[in-house]
Design a protein around this ligand. Structure first.
Ligand SMILES: Nc1ncnc2c1ncn2[C@@H]1O[C@H](COP(=O)(O)OP(=O)(O)OP(=O)(O)O)[C@@H](O)[C@H]1O
Ligand SMILES: Cc1ncc(CO)c(N)n1
Length: 251
């Protein structure tokens, strides 16, 4: 273990194909030269083409793992992936913040798989806003932000409103009007992240790879905007690399 590598943690699902979840996250961490730790929130049986089964891990087990890791290692940033409810999110976030208040938390608010399995059961909105105040950045796509907020507003207006609580990266992988254009909503400004080239194919797990690349960049000391810009360049190489599960690798 290199002494200069910051520790980062992924709290996410296990996808045996390795395209999404903790396997994808730790591969991305490794490529960014940060040391990746992982806690599994649930075991899935899936490939990039089909979703078969979901078995959630108990909250107690996840919380116990967080306590052990956060007490032992100085974790700079944590990425949270699939979880079944806002109760899980609230407990995960408050445990991290109690032990390591300076740790940056990035929530990749995945609601369903690209193969259409619903991961999360969303309850009330008041709770969400309270939790978001303890989170550094969320990374919803255009569909997720609308479902998350239970609102009739446009995705952009919702992102603007949520950005009073935490930074919001609104991902354009599903926005047919501007495919691949992402917007970063900070408290006082909105930054546009344009794709450099046209990409036709989407890829299973691209949201996981993007959020873990941002998490790694934040842990390495880059600011929010640079972390998202660098991750955007990384994900484009990943999406362009080929049309299979295999991703981009640094030389
Ligand atoms: N067809 C595309 N062209 C350009 N960029 C894309 C395309 N699809 C996705 N991206 C980029 O990939 C990143 C992931 O975005 P996306 O909206 O696909 O996330 P997601 O829906 O959470 O991912 P997943 O597809 O894994 O569910 C974003 O930076 C997005 O702009
Ligand atoms: C484990 C896991 N996390 C995230 C996603 C969303 O891509 C998925 N399909 N599976």
């Amino acid at each position: 273990m290199s002494k200069n590598r910051p520790f980062v943690l992924s709290i996410a699902g296990f996808d045996p194909s390795g395209g999404a979840g903790v396997l994808a996250d730790v591969k991305t961490f490794e490529q960014h030269q940060v040391y990746g730790l992982a806690i599994v929130t649930g075991n899935t049986i899936q490939t990039e083409n089909e979703f078969i089964k979901m078995a959630w891990i108990s909250m107690d087990s996840i919380i116990e793992s967080i306590e052990v890791l956060c007490n032992k290692y100085e974790i700079k940033a944590v990425k949270i992936g699939i979880i079944p409810s806002l109760d899980y999110l609230e407990n995960i976030v408050s445990t991290i913040k109690r032990i390591a208040p300076k740790t940056k938390i990035i929530w990749d608010s995945v609601l369903k798989s690209s193969t259409n399995f619903d991961f999360m059961n969303l309850e009330n909105q008041t709770k969400l806003e309270v939790i978001l105040k303890q989170i550094y950045l969320i990374t919803p796509n255009y569909n997720e932000i609308v479902t998350l907020s239970h609102s009739n507003e446009t995705p952009e207006n919702i992102a603007k409103s949520l950005s009073k609580s935490c930074a919001v990266l609104l991902k354009g992988g599903h926005n047919l009007e501007a495919l691949g254009t992402d917007f970063l909503f900070l408290k006082d400004e909105i930054i546009t992240l344009l794709p450099e080239t046209k990409i036709i194919l989407s890829k299973h797990g691209s949201g996981c790879v993007l959020s873990s690349a941002i998490t790694a960049n934040l842990a390495l000391g880059f600011d929010t905007t640079s972390s998202c810009q660098k991750a955007k360049i990384y994900i484009e190489k990943f999406l362009h690399s080929n049309n299979t599960l295999l991703g981009y690798h640094h030389d």
